[in-house]
Design a protein around this ligand. Structure first.
Ligand code: ATP
Length: 503
């Protein structure tokens, strides 16, 4: 699986999907650029989300708020005081780690040990192996389980109480070593705020410390009454937004899974107090359906309901996707109560209550949030679509089985040879179709090589223009997944393809 992931990362670079940022200067940690195909796929993902949210729900509208916001917003939201990671340094390697991640990795090690025992026994006992029975009786498994559960409990308590000394003590007691130096020489644990800050205005005017937003949600909260009034929205209603967010992540690993500059697609749904848990349940279902509609297989998804809730939430779940490195969060769905709106009332001193004409009363709405990372979604789509296929002739082809609606290029237009008027005919077809969907013209190399290039970027259709085309106005249409070819009339192409590739 590690291998698949490495291949995927190099495929992303080789085919113009994702490049390390500032590469000629040796890159910048956890920052990436999207290339010519990546930007198309990313835009298509955003469109797929936007259309399902804003076009299909009459009571959801979109906004685009600024990245810079008044700094008091981040005081009110709790980010200045509480958006922290607990960090610990190893004195020998001088490397910095997240204390919580070190402990979570340790918990995972106990799980690994248990799984190893189970796998060993399964091999030994074959068909007669009863896993349940083995797990509940084997002494070594029971011992690992007891250690894991005790560690998990101690860790959860320390995190809930924000007890930094106890986190350090756990690391010492578990004898966790630095992966670089291999030593147990740990410093104290310190809190580290994840927000990037900068200064606005010149120092002569008195510069103001401002933050790069760590989430897009607050831009929605501070605008919700503007939108409600100008759009004459009635509760329940939602506001959607797509935009950049910034977090000074310390454990920046796994490619575009955890970045310092990333993009979010968030929707805040405002509801009447007391109805929030019903709406939470509804949005959980709607969002999972949206993911599954891409057709990667239902077994790629699962919910992870949170036991430990953030200070603002009364229910929370993640939608996890099976990445090459295991099930990982792609989207969070949170019932955020009226925490944010109440805080903004308190800190701004302005009333932002909603007047409900149905009950003739004003109240601060409760909020359900659905929040998904564009880049993580991109990674999930790429990892599910990446495929190496053995062909009948013994060759291997790499093909991205992207849903046609998300593919960067929808149709490749290829003259069989670069002469006899075939390029001119191909251009004529392309000039017509390019108004309807993204086409790419390719006349270089053999047809086989050209097909492979299109397979590698996930182009669902290719057409070949040959000598017969000049006589019968038909082309050969080749399907990416089945590799089947059929003869179709040029006049039919738009109908056939537009229907399959539209979002
Ligand atoms: P994690 O636990 O992985 O740090 P989170 O729970 O902090 O994520 P949220 O604050 O709920 O994440 O953000 C919502 C979504 O934004 C996540 O589900 C994820 O898809 C995306 N996201 C969050 N942080 C990053 C990041 N550093 N890089 C890329 N995407 C991110």
């Amino acid at each position: 699986q590690e291998d698949v992931f490495k291949k995927l990362v190099s495929h992303c670079k080789e085919y113009g999907f994702v490049f390390p940022s500032s590469e000629i200067y040796d890159g910048l940690g956890a920052v990436y650029d999207y290339g010519q195909n990546g930007v198309e796929l990313k835009n298509n993902i955003k469109q797929y989300w936007w259309q399902s949210m804003v076009l299909l729900h009459e009571n959801i509208v979109g906004i685009d708020s600024a990245i810079f916001m008044h700094p008091t917003i981040w005081k009110a939201s709790g980010h200045v005081d509480a958006f922290n990671d607990p960090l610990i340094d190893n004195r020998d390697s001088k490397k910095r780690y997240r204390a919580d991640v070190l402990i979570e990795d340790q918990i995972a090690k106990y799980d690994e040990k248990i799984n190893k025992e189970v796998a060993k026994a399964a091999k030994k006992f074959g068909d007669a192996f009863d896993e349940q029975q083995f797990r509940s009786t084997n002494a070594r498994v029971l011992e690992h389980q007891a250690k894991r559960d005790a560690l998990h409990e101690r860790y959860s308590k320390a995190m809930n109480a924000n007890d930094l000394n106890e986190l350090r003590q756990i690391i010492l007691d578990e004898e966790i070593v630095c992966p670089i130096s291999g030593t147990k020489n740990w410093t104290e644990v310190r809190q580290f705020n994840l927000m990037f800050s900068t200064e606005m205005g010149s120092t002569a005017d008195g510069a103001m410390k401002v933050y790069l937003r760590p989430e897009t949600a607050q831009g929605i909260f501070v605008n919700y009454l503007n939108v409600q009034k100008t759009g004459r929205m009635k509760i329940p209603f939602g506001i959607a937004q797509i935009g950049k967010a910034f977090r000074n992540e310390i454990v920046a690993r796994q490619f575009i899974f955890r970045m310092r500059e990333f993009e979010q697609m968030e929707m805040q749904f405002f509801v009447k107090p007391g109805t929030e848990l019903d709406w939470f349940k509804k949005w959980k279902e709607i969002r999972l359906k949206w993911h599954k509609a891409l057709g990667f297989g239902d077994d790629h998804y699962r919910y992870h309901d949170h036991e430990k809730l953030a200070h603002y939430a009364n229910a929370a779940t993640d939608i996890e996707f099976l990445m090459p490195f295991g099930f990982k969060e792609v989207e969070g769905i949170h019932s955020r109560t009226n925490f944010d709106l109440s805080q903004h009332e308190k800190f701004s001193g302005k009333s932002i209550k909603y007047f409900d004409p149905e009950i003739n009363e004003s109240y601060t709405p409760y909020v359900i949030e659905t929040s998904i990372g564009v880049d993580r979604m991109f990674l999930s789509v790429m990892s599910a679509a990446y495929c190496e296929e053995k062909l009948e002739n013994g060759e291997t082809r790499v093909v991205l089985k992207l849903p046609a609606a998300l593919a960067p290029v929808k149709l490749a237009v290829m003259p069989l040879v670069k002469k006899d008027g075939l390029p001119e005919k191909a251009r004529e077809i392309m000039n017509d179709l390019k108004f309807h969907f993204h086409c790419q013209y390719d006349e270089k190399d053999s047809i086989g090589k050209r097909y492979r290039r299109q397979d590698a970027i996930g182009t669902p259709y290719c057409i070949t223009i040959d000598h017969q085309t000049l006589e019968d106005n038909c082309v050969t249409l080749r399907n990416r997944d089945t590799m089947e070819q059929e003869r179709v009339a040029i006049s039919e192409l738009n109908n056939i393809i537009a229907d399959k590739v539209s979002i």
